[in-house]
Design a protein. Sequence first.
Length: 282
Amino acid sequence: MDHTVARRMWQLLEPVHAVVYFAPEAREAYTAAGLKGGWMGYFASRAAAMGAVPPEMVIATFYNFHPSMVRRAIPDDAGQGLARALDVADAALRRLLGPDVAGEHVAAAAEMARPAAEAADPGGRPLFAAHAALPWPEPAHLVLWHAATLMREFRGDGHVATLLANEIDGCEAHVLITSDGAMPPEMQRANRGWSEEEWAAAEDRLLERGLIDASGLTDAGRRLRATIEDTTDRLALPPFSAIGARDCETLEAHLVEVNRTLTAALAVPYPNPMGLPRAAGV
């Protein structure tokens, strides 16, 4: 199976998961749980599946956030974030999808995405493994949301490994992607906690390696970016290979329809800190 299937699936599954970061229901739910500020809810909802871990574990697994940002945002009771994230996903998807939340496309996508997620090997994937150990929710729109969550953490763990293998640290990863024009540097600095001085130091390191220059990515930088993205796609492919090309085509078709509704409802902004582009056909 062509590894670009994994990238298309990311572009279609990520918006389903990411509603919990942008929906107004998120701030309301996390505030009610005593998690002040959007970032406390974000870190709690993603990290709580790992149990009572120190901030250093979250820094290591989330990788491209500034360590001080993580330490400030990790709540004392991260478990509240895990419970609230499912509530947020339920409320947000019901609002954004309207009557389609119980429709054919959501039901079929959930039925096909779950076995793909269940087929993924957790070896070397700490965030995926933690979330994969959680029980599956109900109904179908939450099955789809949980499957999307598992797939994005599976992909993310592989992406971190790829960055490490190519000697790109968390801040440098942002400089590379913004040098490619994929998103504004100011947005990434603000959303990931890096100062202007730290950003400039990362630029200097990439300049020394010949990966960027005054105009953006060099040829070497573009080759490295392509290598990182292609490797990330290949590492993210096994769950989709497990269900086969035909089922992937069918899943993709249903997800396109789900995404059309989410896009029309402005569920995820573009550009966004995830570097997520609009999926083709949506």
